[in-house]
Design a protein around this ligand. Structure first.
Ligand code: PMP
Length: 291
């Protein structure tokens, strides 16, 4: 059994100061809990250094702004707080989770009077997907939900509310024995997995959906750069499900998922090949400071 996340030793940074882990609590009448007014980040530390820390803190700020609230801590202060949390918990290789939310000053849909809060926790977290499985490729179901249209949700915020359909989709996939689910976008094009972006390879060329209706992941952008550095062509374009049969390789990218091979999406099969393996190794080198 995994030790529950509210019952651990260590420290969590909350609203400007470190608190004992078990005391980092919110009241039940917190706006975020009722109305989804919460945004978060997820980043990994490797050998004591948080990869792309400032990009994550900037995105946290932007996500809050999209939801209409402003964090009273600057990007530099959030960066420093993340580092403080790592150090206070004696961690060097860890997952870091900043979360920002609207407080308890107001209940109801309107939340103008609520105060913004910020907490940062960190813990040791192995691979996002089972490592043995991920080596040959994980299996994805087709999600029952689609990524929402950009005029129906704040699709570029990393907002807690957007994960409701991801959790439902992932649960359905797991119940059928899959590792995760691939989501189409609102128009039926390939979008991403429930917590990671997706890439395909055919004839030595990488194809990935344009990230204009879902999160343009920091790992996604990093891997595109790594591929280009190796002289591998990367095409960002609309990808329809009918095309999936032609692709030879597939992988996911995310701060938690890193580069994870995919061997199956519903009826379509893939196998990790040289380019997937090269990019996974390049990403590993980069995050560990060997890049
Ligand atoms: N899409 C979704 C839905 C995610 O949750 C994540 C993880 N944050 C990503 C993509 C990948 O983003 P990043 O590479 O910035 O972690």
């Amino acid at each position: 059994m995994v030790q529950p996340y509210n019952d651990r030793d260590g420290f969590i940074w909350m609203d400007g100061a470190l608190r004992p882990w078990r005391e980092a609590e919110v009241h039940i009448l917190t706006h975020a809990l009722h109305y989804g007014s919460s945004v978060f980040e997820g980043q990994r530390a490797y050998n004591g250094k948080i990869f792309k820390l400032t990009e994550h803190s900037e995105r946290l700020h932007k996500s809050a702004e999209i939801l209409g609230f402003k964090l009273p801590w600057s990007v530099a202060e959030i960066d420093a707080a993340c580092e403080e949390v790592l150090e206070a918990n004696g961690l060097t290789d860890a997952y870091v989770r900043p979360v920002a939310w609207r407080g308890s000053e107001q209940m109801g849909v309107s939340a103008q009077a609520t105060k913004p809060h910020l907490a940062i926790a960190a813990w040791e977290w192995g691979k996002y997907f089972d490592e043995k499985k991920a080596n040959e490729g994980i299996r994805l179901d087709i999600a029952p939900y689609r990524r929402p249209a950009p005029h129906t949700a704040p699709v570029h915020a990393k907002a807690a509310g957007l994960y409701m359909i991801c959790t439902i989709s992932k649960h359905e996939a797991e119940a059928k024995g899959y590792d995760d689910a691939m989501m189409f976008d609102w128009e039926g094009r390939v979008a991403e997995a429930t917590g990671a972006n997706i890439f395909f390879i055919k004839d030595g060329v990488i194809h990935t959906p344009i990230a204009d209706v879902f999160l343009n992941g920091i790992t996604r952008r990093t891997v595109i750069e790594l591929a280009k550095k190796r002289g591998i062509e990367v095409i960002e374009r609309r990808i329809w499900p009918e095309e999936l049969a032609q692709f030879e390789q597939c992988f996911l990218t995310g701060s938690a998922a890193e580069v994870t091979f995919v061997k199956e999406i519903g009826p379509w099969q893939f196998a990790p090949g040289d380019i997937s393996r090269q990019l996974r190794a390049d990403y590993d080198d980069l995050v560990n400071g060997r890049g």
